[in-house]
Design a protein. Structure first.
Length: 122
């Protein structure tokens, strides 16, 4: 019983220290989604030159974006919370319902833009 009391008293102290440390140092503000993921994209067009492009995703139940860079700050936040997968861009959109990360793959916004003018090869 004494061991249990000693264990729990140490746990409370660590929690108080963590709260103090968190209050003293503000966390960096990185846009992440910790809520429910968005529904899969209803519209997308993957250009032919990007069909073989590989992207990273985090499988943690709440992430809904893909990443072009393996060292993206948002993707790194997945460490310890979920698993990483590297897959083809079309598969990330079709099978996993992912959107592009605004931190590392903003240049791919055109994939989901219905208003973008596209050239059709015929």
């Amino acid at each position: 019983m004494i061991l249990c009391l000693a264990f729990f008293s140490c746990q409370q102290q660590e929690t108080a220290d963590d709260a103090t440390a968190t209050a003293k140092s503000p966390a960096p503000e990185i846009a992440t989604s910790t809520s429910e993921p968005r529904p899969a994209p209803a519209f997308y067009v993957v250009p032919e030159k990007l069909l073989e492009k590989r992207v990273w995703i985090c499988e943690d139940g709440s992430a809904d974006v893909f990443h072009l860079k393996h060292d993206c700050p948002i993707l790194i936040q997945c460490k310890g919370k979920g698993s990483f997968r590297n897959l083809l861009l079309p598969k990330a959109i079709e099978d996993y319902g992912r959107y592009n990360c605004q931190e590392c793959s903003k240049e791919l916004d055109h994939i989901f833009d219905e208003e973008t003018v596209r050239t059709i090869k015929g």
